[in-house]
Design a protein around this ligand. Structure first.
Ligand SMILES: NC(=O)c1ccc[n+]([C@@H]2O[C@H](COP(=O)([O-])OP(=O)(O)OC[C@H]3O[C@@H](n4cnc5c(N)ncnc54)[C@H](OP(=O)(O)O)[C@@H]3O)[C@@H](O)[C@H]2O)c1
Length: 180
C-alpha cells in the first residue's frame, strides 16, 4: 500500500537547514558508497509533497530547473504562488488528509515522498498522515536552524532499520505508529 515517506537529511542536533536556509553543511559532506543510493529510493516514489519554503529554495538553487519533473508534485502554500506552467506540480492548501489521498492516487501504487521541509512534514505527522521517516543523520551540529520535524504533539516512531555508514552518517528508517 502506498505510504507517505519523509526522506530527509538532518544534523545530529535535528536541523535540516540553517536559519538562513543554507545547506552547505550537507553539500560539503561526502556520503560513502554504503549509503542507500538516491536513485534506489527515487524509483520507489510516484508523487511528491513539498512546502512552499522548500519549493522556493529549490527554484533559487537549481536556476529554475525542476528536479522531479517525471512525477506529480503537490506544493503546499496559502499564497497564490505562481509556478511555471511547464513544471509538473500543483499548488494546494487542502487538508492533510485530502492532499494525502490525492498524492497516493497520483503515485499509482508507489510511495509519496514528503520532501519537506520540517513544517510540511510535521503538518502530515500531526494529522496522522505520515507513515515513515527515512532520515540520514550527518555528523554535524548547527546549534540552531530549521527543525527536522516540529510536531505539535508527540509522535511515536517504531525503528525499522538503522545503518551506520562508513562516512559517519547514520541512516534510520522508522515507521510512525498509527493513532487510528
Ligand atoms: N536537509 C534536507 O534534506 C532538506 C529537505 C527539505 C528542505 N530542506 C530545507 O528546509 C527549509 C524549508 O523548511 P521549512 O520547514 O522552513 O518550510 P517548508 O515546510 O518547506 O514550507 C513551509 C511553508 O509551506 C506553506 N504551507 C502552506 N500550508 C502549510 C501547512 N499546512 N503546513 C506547513 N506549511 C504550509 C507555508 O508557506 P506559505 O506562506 O506559502 O503559505 C509555510 O511557510 C529550506 O531551507 C530547505 O532547503 C532541507
Amino acid at each position: 500500500m502506498s505510504k507517505l515517506v519523509y526522506y530527509v537529511a538532518a544534523t545530529m542536533d535535528g536541523y535540516i537547514a540553517t536559519e538562513n536556509h543554507e545547506l552547505g553543511w550537507l553539500e560539503t559532506f561526502t556520503l560513502s558508497d554504503d549509503a542507500t543510493p538516491y536513485e534506489k529510493f527515487y524509483q520507489s516514489i510516484g508523487a511528491a509533497i513539498i512546502g512552499a519554503g522548500t519549493y522556493e529554495w529549490i527554484m533559487k538553487n537549481t536556476s529554475g530547473h525542476w528536479p522531479y519533473q517525471n512525477i506529480p508534485s503537490f506544493i503546499l502554500s496559502s499564497r497564490n504562488l505562481s509556478i511555471p506552467a511547464e513544471i509538473n506540480a500543483v499548488v494546494t492548501h487542502d487538508s492533510a488528509n485530502q492532499i494525502a489521498v490525492k498524492a497516493k492516487a497520483a503515485a499509482k501504487g508507489k510511495d509519496v515522498w514528503v520532501i519537506g521541509g520540517g513544517k510540511t512534514a510535521a503538518f502530515f505527522a500531526d494529522a496522522g498522515e505520515l507513515q515513515q521517516l527515512f532520515i540520514t543523520t550527518v555528523p554535524v551540529f548547527l546549534g540552531s536552524g530549521i527543525r527536522v520535524l516540529p510536531v505539535s504533539h508527540s509522535i511515536q516512531a517504531i525503528p525499522n532499520k538503522q545503518q551506520l555508514l562508513s562516512s559517519g552518517a547514520i541512516e534510520t528508517i522508522m515507521d510512525i505508529k498509527s493513532t487510528a
